[in-house]
Design a protein around this ligand. Structure first.
Ligand SMILES: [Cu+2]
Length: 186
């Protein structure tokens, strides 16, 4: 008796019909392939992706780099506000003041729970974590007032603030005023 009789192995037969169909389809596909255009259309997008990735990563690294002469400003998160400490002892709350065109070294931490510190225009976004300092470089290139956003863990609106970028002279004046104000409070 035939091992492949219709009655006994209907499934096998169907499978083999299907297999034959796929073999035919594959042959037709192979015949119609254009190896050159396949190679070009594979390599060109890969090359483009590599260029974009390398470009993007290096631009991102540049934006986060901490320069040697950067002005160090501490950003401390606390329920529900941001405190900023400047090199001369000046202090501000929910308002970061920075000079235009000068590199900043932001040292971000928290006094209580984890917060998220973000200034989108500065390309700054970091986690503020207790007992840990996260250092991020930034260089504001334009004067103006920008949003400080309590990101990620910060859902409370109180964690929002302003980043004010002013001229160098105005920044120095502001620092002195603040320092004096702090001294009087102590
Ligand atoms: Cu928070």
């Amino acid at each position: 008796m035939n091992a492949f009789s219709l009655e006994e192995t209907p499934l096998k037969l169907r499978a083999s019909k299907r297999t034959r169909f796929f073999i035919r389809e594959t042959r037709m596909t192979l015949a119609s392939r254009n190896l050159r255009s396949e190679i070009v259309w594979t390599l060109a997008p890969i090359a483009l992706a590599v260029v974009v990735i390398v470009w993007g990563v290096s631009a991102y690294r540049d934006s986060q780099r901490v320069e040697a002469d950067a002005i160090e400003i501490k950003a401390i998160g606390k329920k529900w506000q941001w405190t900023f400490l400047y090199p001369n002892g000046a202090k501000s709350v929910n308002e970061l003041v920075a000079p235009e065109g000068k590199p900043l070294k932001l040292v971000i931490s928290s006094e209580d729970v984890a917060h998220g510190f973000s200034i989108p225009e500065f390309r700054v976004k970091a986690e503020a974590i207790p007992n840990q300092e996260v250092v991020v470089g930034a260089k504001p290139t334009r004067q103006g007032t920008f949003e400080i956003v309590g990101a990620d863990y910060c859902v409370r609106s109180e964690m929002f603030g302003k980043a004010r970028v002013v001229s160098d002279a105005e920044f120095e004046r502001w620092l002195e005023e603040r320092k004096t104000a702090e001294g009087e409070r102590r």
